[in-house]
Design a protein around this ligand. Structure first.
Ligand code: GLY
Length: 562
């Protein structure tokens, strides 16, 4: 007689256990403000951006200030010698995406990273002068400001000049990271710089960068020409001559940032707006979301949920390797890859009990057509939003400081596929779509993203992390939408990553219990634990209209606002 109620109780308990019980730890909110917010990788950059917003600046104005400030205070990734992508949504619903990705120099050749036997020489695309693409960041900031900015450019650049001139105290993370790279910077740079002014650096040491301040003043006074022409261009070309690099005056004069049509798609009633190629981020993120959309999520990082997400990831990264590249050079099958029916079909052979070996997965046939990056998110007092990811590629890029100009050059050339099927520094493989060609942009994983619900802004999100960028943004969105985490909780929660090849799940400690890990292993998954994955900086619009920041505790990331 008592058996039925007891069984019912047990079943209810089981259902409760599996019905998205977001752990309380990840539901606690981060900073909440009423009107405007910046979340970036450095407190001084956040502070500079918030000051611009207080003066009535547009989110793009604040983004410009944060980008230039990060070029000083976050030397491993912030930059004027690199590139990036910006997604903008204005309060009236207009959306834009700006490509300021680096380009291969005109003298680049398809096989420039191969030796005489046709084998890849990995160091050549990773360190030193040949690793550098033509920088896009300065052109990008001027293009964005010309179209959408409000405050004078001189005002927006000044905080960076002041920081470079007066110096700023290094955080513990920065001192450690700079010390770890000093030998390489000394090896690959042809002249001393502010970064090499001390033998080693400690937390609190003041880093002064007078040469960078002078370069920033030339940019302030002459506009983009202060970088792509005149003294700065001469210094870059002289650096190339000393170190055997390829970037020429013509490369610099030719460089232009490009406004592209953002990718858009939906996920359970949310609209996701992202970056089109040459970033793979927007397309791959939407493919991932479409691949799991029909899935009933149960519990955060439950074996069933992780298994489904990993199976989606291996299929999407196989497509990435085959189909994505610079759309000005390669016919990217964009509509086909973004077709929900295509992504559903890609999951048709999904087995909920078994991992599919990556060797048995190839790219699909859609209908034709550094780790050390940094991301920041901005919402201004009117509701305009900017999601911007920028990079030198590896930490401190090529480790080449332009002599006399004080900034690092990127090593973005490594994002090309040096040889089909041979992995780059992130273990990513590529093919013809992403082969080196003069003037071509290398494929990126950067995924600056804006999510809306109905007509309203919902989330601004992005992260560094090389190949893990796409899956980190994927998980952050799911953490909020499917598991009811706060923005801060969604950012703080441990992450995992699968990219087709190598065929294993990389994961942060704390990702799952022993029990869940055994359940995943029984399905046939292999694992590798690793240090932090990504540094997500995001902003969520709460139901009451206030903003919540998610600043990644893995770094010095900070939310600020009013
Ligand atoms: N350099 C990393 C990326 O663009 O994906």
């Amino acid at each position: 007689m008592f058996r039925l109620p007891v069984a019912l109780l047990l079943i209810s308990a089981l259902i409760l256990l599996h019905c998205r019980p977001a752990s309380a730890e990840y539901q606690a909110p981060g900073l909440i403000t009423d009107q405007a917010m910046v979340v970036s990788a450095h407190p001084l950059a956040t502070e500079a951006g918030v000051a611009v917003l207080r003066e009535g600046g547009h989110a793009v104005d604040a983004a410009v200030t944060v980008q230039f400030a990060l070029a000083v205070v976050l030397p491993w990734a912030g930059n004027i010698g690199g590139g990036g992508f910006m997604v903008v949504r204005e309060a009236d619903g207009d959306i834009y995406s700006l490509d300021f990705r680096e380009k291969a120099p005109l003298a680049a050749t398809r096989d420039m990273y191969l030796d005489s036997l046709g084998e890849v020489v990995p160091a050549r695309s990773w360190r030193g002068h040949l690793a550098a693409g033509v920088p896009g960041s300065v052109a990008g900031m001027f293009a964005a400001h010309d179209s959408l900015g409000r405050l004078p450019m001189a005002r927006l650049i000044q905080p960076a000049i002041d920081l470079a001139e007066g110096g700023f105290p290094l955080t513990r993370l920065e001192a450690e990271s700079l010390n770890g790279r000093l030998e390489a910077i000394r090896t690959y740079s042809t002249q001393p710089s502010g970064y090499t002014a001390q033998q080693t650096w400690a937390e609190g040491d003041i880093l002064r960068l007078p040469a960078l301040a002078a370069t920033l003043r030339r940019i302030r006074d002459a506009g983009a020409a202060g970088f792509y022409a005149g003294e700065t261009a001469d210094l870059i070309v002289a650096e190339m001559a000393r170190g055997g690099g390829l970037i020429s005056h013509q490369d610099l004069l030719d460089y232009e940032a490009v406004w592209r049509t953002p990718v858009e798609g939906s996920y359970r009633g949310y609209k996701v707006i992202g970056m089109p190629p040459p970033s793979s981020g927007g397309i791959a993120l939407l493919q991932l979301l479409q691949s799991v959309e029909d899935h009933g999520f149960s519990r955060w990082h439950s074996p069933a949920d992780v298994h489904r997400m990993v199976e989606a990831e291996r299929r999407v990264y196989a497509d990435r390797a085959q189909h994505l590249g610079d759309p000005d050079y390669w016919p990217v099958p964009r509509p086909g890859l973004l077709d929900p029916a295509y992504n559903r079909a890609r999951m048709a052979d999904f087995d909920p009990r078994r991992a599919t070996p990556s060797d048995s997965i190839a790219a699909g046939n859609p209908a034709a057509e550094s780790e050390q990056t940094t991301h920041f998110s901005v919402v201004d007092a009117e509701g305009n939003a900017v999601s911007l990811t920028t990079t030198l590629n590896g930490g401190y890029g090529s480790c080449v400081v332009v002599g006399g100009a004080g900034f690092f050059l990127n090593n973005e050339m490594d994002d090309f596929s040096a040889k089909p099927g041979v992995p780059n520094a992130y273990g990513l493989v590529g093919a013809e779509a992403n082969a080196v060609a003069p003037g071509k942009r290398m494929l990126s994983s950067m995924t600056p993203t804006i999510v809306t619900r109905g007509d309203s802004l919902f989330m601004v999100v992005g992260t560094p992390g090389g190949s893990t960028i796409i899956t980190s943004v994927f998980q952050t969105i799911l953490n909020v939408v499917e598991y009811d985490f706060s923005m801060q909780g969604a950012v703080s929660a441990p992450r995992f990553h699968h990219q087709w090849r190598p065929d294993l799940i990389q994961y942060e400690s704390g990702s799952w219990s022993e029990l869940d890990s055994s359940a995943l292993a029984r399905r046939g998954h292999a694992f590798r634990s690793r240090s932090s994955i990504g540094r997500v900086d995001a902003i969520l619009v709460r139901p009451d209209g206030r903003l919540e920041g998610g600043a990644d505790p893995r770094g010095d990331d900070t939310a600020g606002g009013f």
